[in-house]
Design a protein around this ligand. Structure first.
Ligand code: MRU
Length: 344
């Protein structure tokens, strides 16, 4: 089928979640790229476990999964308890709390199970629409023939579809603007190597994988003009929490004159966090670093520190793209203008 260059809906075949009427099926991202297996979640506890174990991951996808988890929670007779356990599944991506607050407000207004399902479906549909809008806005900033580097997986797998940073890349490729796509492997969980490389391959987008430690050398070579990443939480001063390694990319990009774009829906903005210092950074099992693919790499007895997100200061970000528009050089004043009053 011919590709329509300006249609952002092209090149988007992967979906991470399937609502099945009485359960949520989750494309098990732990098993990609070798297997496409669906994990059946029949109750809210199973959805919380899938989020904790990274069977579903990526800030918007976590929020959407939790919204469907809340629908299952309403059928359990312990809505509040189930929602509290969903909320505690992971700490950094604010989309999780945002989606559960929305579902809880809906329940508190007396919504029945059918109305709660409509709300979860709306959260999912709005995310897909936001991604298409951000794809258009972000791609419009790219120059013809651009080389881009991305980090982690911010694509359809991490969202309702199309993706945030990867949505801009999809739109840029569809529009013939992007000449080269590089993806960092994203140690230790390998979201770049396992997920982004797979997802782009499904849609026929050529990408070159690099070791995370090759990023500065790639920038120095002059091959990439943009680093394009997503976000798990954006603070009121424009600081961005995202996958570990994002901060190092921003530092290297500034040094080499490579522009740095963050792409995230408004549901990732947390105006109650005054700066990145207010964002809880998830620490995961050191085993994720000490082993690779189930095989021990480091000698026994060695310690490991495994923060899975870091904070990129707003001053290192050239442009923030949300579905509300493009914010150049995000700072507290710009964030307030675009997203409302700061939390007291
Ligand atoms: O630990 P993960 O895989 O959930 O981390 C995902 C990221 O850091 C993404 O960059 C972020 O959630 C944006 S996804 C559109």
């Amino acid at each position: 089928m011919p590709v329509e260059p300006h249609d952002p809906c092209v090149l988007d075949s992967v979906r991470p979640l399937r609502w099945q009427g009485t359960s949520l099926d989750v494309l098990d991202q732990r098993r990609l790229p070798h297997e496409t297996a669906w994990l059946h979640c029949a109750d809210a506890e199973a959805v919380a476990a899938a989020i904790r174990a990274l069977a579903v991951r990526g800030a918007p996808a976590i929020g959407i999964a939790a919204a469907y988890g809340a629908v299952l929670a309403a059928r359990s007779g312990d809505f509040a308890g189930c929602v509290a356990r969903l909320r505690a599944a992971r700490p950094t991506a604010v989309n999780l709390m945002w989606a559960l607050d929305r579902m809880s407000a809906c329940a508190a207004s007396g919504a029945d199970a059918g109305r709660l399902l409509e709300e979860a479906r709306a959260i999912e549909a709005e995310d897909l629409a936001a991604n298409h809008a951000m794809g258009r806005l972000g791609a419009a900033l790219l120059e013809q023939g651009a080389g881009v580097l991305t980090h982690c997986n911010t694509g359809a797998l991490a969202t309702a579809g199309f993706g945030t940073a990867l949505g801009v890349i999809r739109a840029g490729v569809a529009g013939g603007l992007i000449a080269r796509v590089y993806a960092g492997e994203t140690r230790p969980w390998l979201q770049g190597a396992r997920l982004t490389a797979w997802e782009l391959q499904q849609d026929g987008i050529a990408a070159t994988l690099i070791a995370d430690s090759a990023a500065a050398a790639l920038m120095r070579s002059g091959t990439v003009q943009w680093v394009i990443v997503g976000a798990d939480r954006i603070a009121a001063n424009g600081d961005v929490a995202n996958k570990i390694g994002t901060y190092a990319l921003a530092l290297a990009a500034r040094h080499h004159g490579v522009r740095f774009m963050v792409v995230a829906p408004v549901s990732s903005v947390d105006m109650a966090a005054r700066s990145g210092d207010d964002i809880e950074i998830e620490l995961r099992d050191p085993e994720e670093i000490l082993s690779c693919g189930g095989r021990r790499m480091a000698p026994m007895g060695v310690a490991a520190w495994n923060p899975v997100f870091d904070v990129t200061p707003a001053a290192l970000i050239d442009v923030l793209v949300t579905e509300r528009g493009v914010l150049q050089q995000p700072d507290a004043a710009g964030m307030r203008r675009q997203f409302g009053a700061m939390h007291a």
